[in-house]
Design a protein around this ligand. Structure first.
Ligand code: FMN
Length: 291
């Protein structure tokens, strides 16, 4: 029996993300087992940018719940993810985890190509901001095979299913997870399927999901998007992943070569400004006990 991992990136118990994940699971066409992971329950500290994990088989120097979450993803046969819009973007729990992603390379063989579907849940129609991109980036960077993603709307817990159309969306996501992909009907990146672009010239665009650039033009009333593959892209093939990893590892040698040139640039800024420090634990306890 296939093991499905439902990732809920919202702290709200029985909220829209949780019931959406469970509804997609209910509609799977074959019997599967569901494990659930509420990302907000896990302590995921900020990445320190030390790059150690690249040189240590993916092991991170920070000892928190990160490895538990990564192992749950690696152990699953497929992933169903839902995240809410929080201030025009996906809930930060997704990004906190993603920021630790340099160590995903160490689990490449267990992560690559896992079927996955994603849902961005927003309270106000049209106010999802970059939430769908956040959901898609998460799935792409955990090296999953994104079968389908959708935006649904609902503010109060359960409200998402006051609209029957959202149950249909859950069905469609479920059918795509192990069945054929349904191509997007709206214009999207022909390389990765992303549909969030940034204009970088009068008709030049960059796909915010795979980072390739291209052009957009109108043809008989329809937008036509054409893209070219760049040297760095995230991540169309397994080879791209390995190439990117090698490129990152090569940064160490580059740093060694440039170190003496870089040092005077940064050191010049050392004494500027006063740093505001967080309260120490004991200060915090004193403040709280005086309340
Ligand atoms: C702090 C906060 C910020 C939010 N920001 C947005 C937003 O920018 N756009 C939007 O459409 N909905 C926003 N919402 C609404 C949630 O996306 C919506 O209620 C969603 O259903 C929550 O999912 P959940 O029930 O799984 O927690 C926000 C909710 C909270 C609590």
């Amino acid at each position: 029996m296939k093991k499905i991992l439902g990732i809920v990136s919202s702290a709200r118990r029985l909220g829209n993300c949780e019931i959406m994940v469970k509804e997609v699971f209910r509609n799977l066409s074959e019997p599967c087992a569901l494990n659930l992971l509420r990302l907000t329950d896990f302590r995921i500290d900020p990445c320190r940018g030390c790059y150690s994990c690249l040189f240590k088989d993916g092991n991170c120097v920070i000892h928190d719940d990160y490895a538990t979450v990564l192992e749950a993803i690696a152990a699953a046969d497929a992933v169903i993810l839902a995240a809410p819009a929080y201030f025009l973007g996906a809930h930060s729990a997704l990004k906190r985890f993603l920021d630790r992603g340099l160590s995903f390379y160490g689990s490449m063989d267990r992560l690559w190509g896992k079927p996955a579907v994603g849902v961005a849940v927003a309270g106000i129609p049209g106010m999802e901001g970059s939430t769908l991109l956040g959901v898609e980036s998460f799935l792409k960077l955990i090296l999953a095979d994104i079968r389908q993603t959708q935006v649904v709307y609902g503010a109060l817990p359960g409200e998402v299913f006051l609209n029957d159309g959202n149950r249909e969306i859950a069905k469609s996501l479920a059918h795509c997870l192990f069945g054929p992909k349904v191509p997007k009907t709206s214009p999207c990146c022909p390389l990765c399927g992303g549909d969030t672009f940034r204009f970088i010239g009068p008709d030049k665009i960059r796909c915010m999901l795979c980072s390739n650039s291209g052009t957009i033009r109108m043809d008989n009333g329809a937008a036509v998007v054409e893209m070219e593959m760049a040297e760095h892209q995230l991540f169309l093939t397994r080879q791209d992943v390995m190439d990117h990893k090698d490129w990152l590892i090569g940064m160490k040698d580059r740093f060694m070569v440039l170190r003496k040139t870089l040092k005077p640039i940064t050191i010049d800024y050392r004494k500027d400004g006063q740093w505001i420090k967080p309260h120490s634990k004991t200060d915090r306890q004193t403040i709280l006990s005086n309340l």
